[in-house]
Design a protein around this ligand. Structure first.
Ligand code: 5GP
Length: 176
Protein backbone atom coordinates (compact mmCIF):
# COMPACT_ATOMS: atom_id res chain seq x y z
CA UNK A 1 0.00 0.00 0.00
CA UNK A 2 1.19 3.53 -0.77
CA UNK A 3 2.08 5.62 2.22
CA UNK A 4 2.15 9.39 2.27
CA UNK A 5 4.44 11.72 4.15
CA UNK A 6 3.74 15.40 4.67
CA UNK A 7 6.22 18.22 4.09
CA UNK A 8 5.44 21.61 5.61
CA UNK A 9 5.04 24.22 2.88
CA UNK A 10 3.29 27.16 4.54
CA UNK A 11 3.46 27.64 8.30
CA UNK A 12 0.48 28.70 10.43
CA UNK A 13 2.15 32.06 11.18
CA UNK A 14 2.78 32.74 7.48
CA UNK A 15 -0.88 31.94 6.81
CA UNK A 16 -1.98 34.30 9.61
CA UNK A 17 0.05 37.23 8.25
CA UNK A 18 -1.17 36.57 4.72
CA UNK A 19 -4.79 36.43 5.85
CA UNK A 20 -4.44 39.87 7.53
CA UNK A 21 -2.79 41.24 4.38
CA UNK A 22 -5.64 39.93 2.21
CA UNK A 23 -8.21 41.38 4.61
CA UNK A 24 -6.47 44.78 4.39
CA UNK A 25 -6.53 44.68 0.59
CA UNK A 26 -10.22 43.77 0.58
CA UNK A 27 -11.06 46.53 3.09
CA UNK A 28 -9.07 48.99 1.07
CA UNK A 29 -11.07 48.15 -2.06
CA UNK A 30 -14.47 47.49 -0.53
CA UNK A 31 -14.39 48.73 3.07
CA UNK A 32 -17.34 51.03 2.53
CA UNK A 33 -19.61 48.42 0.97
CA UNK A 34 -21.69 45.56 2.23
CA UNK A 35 -19.76 42.40 1.38
CA UNK A 36 -20.89 38.85 0.73
CA UNK A 37 -18.20 36.22 1.08
CA UNK A 38 -18.98 32.88 -0.54
CA UNK A 39 -16.81 29.96 0.52
CA UNK A 40 -16.46 26.82 -1.56
CA UNK A 41 -17.00 23.75 0.54
CA UNK A 42 -15.39 21.95 2.02
CA UNK A 43 -11.84 23.16 1.43
CA UNK A 44 -12.25 26.87 2.16
CA UNK A 45 -14.04 26.61 5.51
CA UNK A 46 -11.02 27.44 7.68
CA UNK A 47 -9.68 30.14 5.35
CA UNK A 48 -13.09 31.80 5.19
CA UNK A 49 -13.44 31.65 8.97
CA UNK A 50 -10.08 33.36 9.48
CA UNK A 51 -10.58 35.87 6.66
CA UNK A 52 -13.97 37.00 7.88
CA UNK A 53 -12.61 37.58 11.39
CA UNK A 54 -9.61 39.48 10.02
CA UNK A 55 -12.02 41.69 8.05
CA UNK A 56 -13.63 42.73 11.32
CA UNK A 57 -16.44 44.44 9.47
CA UNK A 58 -20.04 44.87 10.52
CA UNK A 59 -21.74 44.44 7.19
CA UNK A 60 -20.18 41.21 5.99
CA UNK A 61 -22.32 38.21 5.16
CA UNK A 62 -21.34 34.60 4.61
CA UNK A 63 -22.62 31.89 2.35
CA UNK A 64 -21.30 28.63 0.95
CA UNK A 65 -21.43 26.75 -2.30
CA UNK A 66 -20.35 23.21 -3.00
CA UNK A 67 -19.52 21.63 -6.33
CA UNK A 68 -18.55 18.22 -7.48
CA UNK A 69 -16.44 17.64 -10.56
CA UNK A 70 -16.33 14.57 -12.69
CA UNK A 71 -13.16 14.19 -14.73
CA UNK A 72 -13.20 12.16 -17.90
CA UNK A 73 -9.67 10.96 -18.52
CA UNK A 74 -10.43 9.81 -22.09
CA UNK A 75 -11.51 13.29 -23.17
CA UNK A 76 -9.66 15.30 -20.50
CA UNK A 77 -12.84 17.31 -20.09
CA UNK A 78 -14.65 17.91 -16.86
CA UNK A 79 -18.23 18.25 -15.77
CA UNK A 80 -18.96 20.36 -12.72
CA UNK A 81 -22.26 20.26 -10.86
CA UNK A 82 -23.50 22.22 -7.87
CA UNK A 83 -24.36 20.05 -4.89
CA UNK A 84 -25.11 22.94 -2.50
CA UNK A 85 -26.16 26.25 -3.95
CA UNK A 86 -25.88 29.73 -2.48
CA UNK A 87 -28.82 30.91 -0.41
CA UNK A 88 -28.34 34.67 0.02
CA UNK A 89 -29.68 37.02 -2.65
CA UNK A 90 -26.74 38.48 -4.57
CA UNK A 91 -28.43 41.01 -6.82
CA UNK A 92 -26.59 44.35 -6.74
CA UNK A 93 -24.14 43.09 -4.09
CA UNK A 94 -20.36 43.01 -3.87
CA UNK A 95 -19.44 39.34 -3.78
CA UNK A 96 -16.12 37.68 -3.04
CA UNK A 97 -15.72 34.03 -3.93
CA UNK A 98 -13.36 32.52 -1.37
CA UNK A 99 -11.44 29.54 -2.75
CA UNK A 100 -8.98 27.28 -0.99
CA UNK A 101 -6.89 26.51 -4.07
CA UNK A 102 -7.15 27.24 -7.78
CA UNK A 103 -5.66 24.45 -9.85
CA UNK A 104 -6.94 24.01 -13.45
CA UNK A 105 -9.19 27.05 -12.93
CA UNK A 106 -12.26 25.16 -14.16
CA UNK A 107 -14.09 25.35 -10.83
CA UNK A 108 -13.61 29.12 -10.50
CA UNK A 109 -14.62 29.67 -14.13
CA UNK A 110 -17.77 27.63 -13.60
CA UNK A 111 -18.62 29.38 -10.32
CA UNK A 112 -18.05 32.87 -11.71
CA UNK A 113 -20.46 32.11 -14.53
CA UNK A 114 -22.95 30.70 -12.06
CA UNK A 115 -22.70 33.65 -9.65
CA UNK A 116 -23.09 36.17 -12.45
CA UNK A 117 -26.54 34.72 -13.19
CA UNK A 118 -27.57 36.17 -9.81
CA UNK A 119 -26.72 39.70 -11.06
CA UNK A 120 -24.27 40.86 -8.37
CA UNK A 121 -22.76 44.33 -8.71
CA UNK A 122 -19.30 42.76 -8.85
CA UNK A 123 -17.74 39.35 -8.16
CA UNK A 124 -14.09 38.96 -7.24
CA UNK A 125 -12.07 35.88 -6.36
CA UNK A 126 -9.91 35.49 -3.27
CA UNK A 127 -7.81 32.31 -3.23
CA UNK A 128 -5.46 31.16 -0.51
CA UNK A 129 -3.34 29.26 -3.04
CA UNK A 130 -2.87 29.85 -6.74
CA UNK A 131 -1.36 26.60 -8.07
CA UNK A 132 -0.10 27.31 -11.55
CA UNK A 133 1.23 24.21 -13.29
CA UNK A 134 -2.04 22.59 -14.35
CA UNK A 135 -4.00 25.76 -15.22
CA UNK A 136 -6.29 25.09 -18.19
CA UNK A 137 -8.32 28.29 -18.25
CA UNK A 138 -7.39 31.84 -17.36
CA UNK A 139 -9.37 33.06 -14.40
CA UNK A 140 -9.07 36.39 -12.63
CA UNK A 141 -7.87 36.03 -9.02
CA UNK A 142 -7.91 39.50 -7.50
CA UNK A 143 -6.71 38.46 -4.05
CA UNK A 144 -4.02 35.76 -4.01
CA UNK A 145 -2.50 34.35 -0.82
CA UNK A 146 0.34 32.13 -2.02
CA UNK A 147 1.53 31.11 -5.46
CA UNK A 148 2.67 27.50 -5.70
CA UNK A 149 3.87 25.85 -8.90
CA UNK A 150 2.71 22.28 -8.27
CA UNK A 151 2.18 19.44 -5.80
CA UNK A 152 -0.79 18.04 -3.95
CA UNK A 153 -1.43 20.12 -0.85
CA UNK A 154 -3.29 19.40 2.36
CA UNK A 155 -4.08 21.10 5.65
CA UNK A 156 -5.85 24.34 6.60
CA UNK A 157 -9.07 22.95 5.13
CA UNK A 158 -7.54 20.96 2.26
CA UNK A 159 -7.88 17.19 2.35
CA UNK A 160 -6.46 14.01 0.99
CA UNK A 161 -9.30 11.46 1.02
CA UNK A 162 -10.94 13.59 3.77
CA UNK A 163 -7.82 13.47 5.96
CA UNK A 164 -5.67 16.38 7.15
CA UNK A 165 -8.22 19.22 6.86
CA UNK A 166 -7.64 20.10 10.53
CA UNK A 167 -3.90 20.79 10.21
CA UNK A 168 -3.07 24.46 10.96
CA UNK A 169 -0.39 24.68 8.22
CA UNK A 170 -0.33 23.71 4.54
CA UNK A 171 1.67 20.60 3.64
CA UNK A 172 2.68 18.89 0.43
CA UNK A 173 1.82 15.21 0.21
CA UNK A 174 4.87 13.14 -0.67
CA UNK A 175 3.94 9.65 -1.82
CA UNK A 176 6.30 6.72 -1.47
P1 5GP B 1 -9.71 23.29 -10.24
O1 5GP B 1 -11.11 23.27 -10.76
O2 5GP B 1 -9.09 24.66 -10.19
O3 5GP B 1 -8.83 22.30 -10.98
O4 5GP B 1 -9.73 22.67 -8.81
C1 5GP B 1 -10.18 23.29 -7.71
C2 5GP B 1 -10.46 22.28 -6.62
O5 5GP B 1 -9.68 21.07 -6.75
C3 5GP B 1 -10.07 22.89 -5.31
O6 5GP B 1 -11.10 23.69 -4.78
C4 5GP B 1 -9.76 21.65 -4.50
O7 5GP B 1 -10.95 21.13 -3.97
C5 5GP B 1 -9.20 20.66 -5.51
N1 5GP B 1 -7.71 20.71 -5.50
C6 5GP B 1 -6.91 21.17 -6.47
N2 5GP B 1 -5.61 21.08 -6.12
C7 5GP B 1 -5.60 20.55 -4.89
C8 5GP B 1 -4.56 20.21 -3.95
O8 5GP B 1 -3.34 20.40 -4.17
N3 5GP B 1 -4.95 19.68 -2.77
C9 5GP B 1 -6.26 19.46 -2.45
N4 5GP B 1 -6.53 18.94 -1.25
N5 5GP B 1 -7.27 19.77 -3.29
C10 5GP B 1 -6.94 20.31 -4.49
Amino acid sequence: MNKEALKLLISPSDIASKVSELAKQILNDHGEEELILIGTLKGSFIFLADLVRALDKKDVFIDFVRVKSYGYSDTSSEEIVITKDIELPLEGKTVILVEDIVDTGLTVKFLLEHLKLHKPKIVKVCALIDKRERRKVDVPIEYVGFVVEKGFLVGYGLDYAEKYRHLPGVYEVIKS
